[in-house]
Design a protein around this ligand. Structure first.
Ligand code: OOG
Ligand code: NI
Length: 302
């Protein structure tokens, strides 16, 4: 993924990816192994299926705020998803043109948490009395890129973090990691033969020592069988909290998606298959398991 840097969306996507690449060791590890095997000749050869963000569903933040950025860049809001057990809402957004990633944005249904967890979250978000995205010049890519790395609320204490973690792993992840890119997603079907199925690709990942999310099985398959996804498990990193304590907490991860050609386009010769001929969108049951890539159960489990 690399864009021309001549429009704000390109600047924002490049900056998000650069920070993510520097913080998530598996990104370069996977790219370098693909380079070594001659599967790709640069990071730019890897097609990015989608990127994902997490937000807090509270006034002035959440999806309603975050989406303004990408709607301004020509993204279109698509399907709504609800994750009852995890207390999350999500939407996906289709890109303004081919070659740009889809975007998946989720938000925590904060009002459904315990009073104790809500109080911790509101302690940090109540000072935000207007939508911070409204103050941005969205035509200025550098300004938006900087905003996406900037903390909108103070650091929690380690105790508050633990309390959130015990009730909602998602809440704990967002309170510390904020708008950092949660994952990028390698389009497996775009890779060359031998690497272009999730089975083969997962074998390759395991061979280079990458740990995969096994919630619901290594490969998550949509009801129509046409969208298959797998993901790494987030690495832990040392995070310092407001009380000066340091805890090892979950960072971001990498995802892999294989989108099959839709039945109505299966007659097309291979060289005429465009991304638009493949299964689009997302799948609630797949996503539900992929969220767990940052969960302690996946990180500490075998
Ligand atoms: C997003 C999980 C869902 C997908 O592709 O279905 C997802 C997250 O972990 O924030 O990425
Ligand atoms: Ni994803």
């Amino acid at each position: 993924m690399h864009f021309e840097e001549n429009n704000p969306l390109d600047i924002v996507l490049n900056d998000l990816f650069e920070h993510y690449r520097q913080n998530v060791a598996d990104v370069d590890k996977i790219t370098n192994a693909l380079l070594e095997k001659g599967v790709v000749s640069s990071q730019d050869d890897i097609v990015n299926d989608h990127i994902a963000f997490r937000t807090l569903g509270v006034p002035n933040l959440g999806i309603a705020s975050f989406e303004k950025i990408f709607l301004a860049y020509g993204y279109q809001k698509r399907d709504y998803f609800h994750f009852e057990g995890k207390k999350l809402n999500a939407y996906w957004y289709s890109p303004p043109k081919e070659g740009y990633p889809r975007i998946f944005v989720s938000e925590l249904r904060v009002h459904e948490l315990s009073k104790e967890a809500q109080d911790i979250i509101y302690k940090y978000t109540n000072p935000i009395t207007s939508d911070p995205v409204d103050d941005l010049d969205l035509s200025n890519g550098e300004e938006v890129a900087a905003f996406l790395q900037k903390p909108l609320w103070g650091l929690p204490t380690s105790e508050e973090y633990q309390t959130l973690l015990n009730e909602s792993e998602y809440a704990a992840w967002v309170i510390y990691n904020r708008y950092y890119l949660n994952h990028y997603t390698i389009s497996i079907h775009e890779l060359k033969e031998g690497y272009n199925t999730l089975e083969a690709f997962n074998d390759f990942l395991v061979s280079i020592g990458v740990k995969l999310n096994n919630s619901g099985g290594l490969i998550k398959t949509s009801a129509d069988g046409l969208l298959r996804q797998s993901s790494t498990v987030s690495a832990l990193y040392d995070a310092t909290f407001a009380d000066g304590k340091t805890l090892e907490i979950a960072g971001s991860y990498v995802e892999f998606a294989e989108r099959s050609v839709l039945p109505e386009f299966r007659h097309l010769p291979k060289d005429q298959i465009r991304p638009s001929h493949r299964r689009d969108g997302f799948e609630t049951n797949n996503a539900d398991k992929i969220f767990e890539s940052t969960y302690t159960s996946q990180i500490k489990g075998s």
